[in-house]
Design a protein around this ligand. Structure first.
Ligand code: DLL
Length: 432
């Protein structure tokens, strides 16, 4: 049995999981009250004290934390431990506004790496594997998180980081990588390069652990086919440590949340009301074991559904669906809500590659939506009439999915920039 499959935790009864959560939540609220004045003030404003929180049933009494709070409290305002007890920071890419900076004690790092190790084991990883980590290293949590998890499982770890695709493929073939960890868009790029360089027979990959950005089921099938692997989803965010908050098992029908470390809730993003199991809404996390950055009721803005349906893998921890887009990813075009993932689904269903760009603009006071997608090799044609016909088909399929008109442009293969980390799919010129 591989280490880091911990049946006493991962297949614990619901009663046992709740007992851990109740005990840890009470302790964590006290820790935050005593050490994080920013959150204590929020609790006081709501008239809540640690005495009011006796179990998970009382969680709803606590105030939410949002990304705005993280910005207000930047950089040290939400720390639960003095700097002298912290050993690491990680940070978000921070494309808009201030970066999120998260702090870790050594204990926090250990628990985070345990979570990533569980994800690797759930994807079939053992100490005999060669784990090729192509997530970015540095401030981004992807590389350090999976690297730590891989060490704990005992895999031979290749700390590749992202970029330099030729070198990636050389190590992958020379050292026989068996598990690939990177963003799904970079996995698709690597798969394309492997195909072009005729390396398919030289690679030994059996599994991929892909996350950090939204990716559709169609993209999963595409990558699985091209690389001959099983592709597992992994989820997390810097605010809750990084990757490994949840991960897929062999059933591939959602990601088990590590409930011994995180309590998950689904809320209505408009009203903040807690929704019953099975409802679609915004995911909220409470970290119950973190010391240095102990966020309570943190609103992720990720929209998903939780389910406790029994899983064939035997794990009992609640499963979250793939995030169906972030509430702040949602585009409002001509008053209609559009998620980029809906567009990706249509393109892949129609046999196009996941190399696309969405351009939103406002012309003469009216919103416009344009989708650029690369020509699929097996649909290649020189005939303009043929291409126009293909574009028309896509326009119709997009209209059915979105309910609005999107202009479609099929462009030459390889003309859309490839991503080595998180892909930037949307250019919203209305915001520029
Ligand atoms: O992306 C951590 C991570 C690294 C997760 C490697 C998985 C693998 P951030 O940069 O803080 O952290 O971005 C967090 O990315 O709120 C989601 O919107 C999105 N995200 C993360 N994983 C997934 C996933 C890392 N599997 C934000 N599917 C989150 C869809 C994801 N979106």
């Amino acid at each position: 049995m591989p280490n880091y499959y911990q049946p006493e935790i991962e297949t614990a009864s619901r009663e046992q999981i709740l007992a851990w959560q109740n005990e840890r939540l009470v302790k964590q609220v006290k820790h935050v009250w005593d050490n994080v004045p920013y959150y204590r003030q929020k609790m006081e404003e709501k008239g809540v004290t640690p005495d009011d929180i006796k179990s998970v049933d009382d969680l709803h009494k606590l105030p939410f934390l949002t990304k705005d709070d993280l910005r207000d409290a930047y950089p040290y305002g939400l720390m639960g431990k003095p700097l002298s007890e912290c050993v690491r920071i990680q940070s978000t890419s921070g494309t808009t506004g201030r970066r999120v900076v998260a702090f870790y004690t050594q204990h926090d790092i250990d628990l985070w790496e345990d979570c990533c190790a569980r994800a690797i084991v759930a994807a079939g990883g053992t100490k005999d594997d060669v784990c090729h980590v192509s997530y970015g290293y540095g401030l981004f949590t992807g590389g350090p998180g999976l690297n730590g998890g891989s060490h704990k499982v005992g895999c031979l770890t290749l700390p590749m980081s992202s970029g330099n695709t030729e070198r990636q493929l050389q190590f992958m073939t020379d050292l026989g990588s068996t598990i690939l960890c990177c963003t799904p868009s970079y996995a698709a790029y690597l798969a394309e390069s492997i195909h072009e360089m005729g390396l398919r027979d030289k690679i030994k990959l059996k599994a991929g652990i892909f996350g950090a950005e939204a990716w559709s089921e169609e993209m999963r099938h595409d990558i699985e086919q091209k690389l001959g692997i099983k592709a597992y989803d992994i989820y997390g965010l810097t605010e809750t440590s990084g990757p490994g908050v949840s991960y897929e098992c062999s059933e591939q029908t959602g990601m088990h949340i590590n409930e011994d470390h995180f309590i998950a809730e689904i809320i209505d993003p408009e009203t903040g009301e807690v929704l019953p199991e099975g409802s679609k809404g915004e995911l909220v996390f409470t970290s119950i074991t973190k010391e240095a950055f102990p966020l309570l009721r943190y609103r992720t803005r990720d929209i998903c559904v939780l389910t406790r349906k029994p899983c064939s893998c035997g794990r009992t921890h609640v499963k979250m669906s793939k995030p169906m887009g972030r509430s702040d990813d949602m585009l409002i075009i001509k008053g209609v809500n559009v998620f980029p993932s809906q567009i990706e689904t249509v393109l892949l269903e129609q046999g196009y590659p996941a190399n696309y760009q969405i351009i939103v603009d406002r012309v003469n006071h009216s919103d416009t939506l344009e989708v650029m997608v690369e020509m699929a090799p097996d649909k290649f044609s020189d005939s303009l009439a043929d291409i126009a016909e293909q574009e028309k088909k896509l326009v119709n399929a997009l209209k059915t999915m979105l309910g609005i008109y999107a202009k479609v442009r099929i462009v030459s293969p390889k003309s859309i920039t490839r991503s080595e980390g998180k892909a930037v799919r949307v250019i919203d010129k209305r915001k520029i």
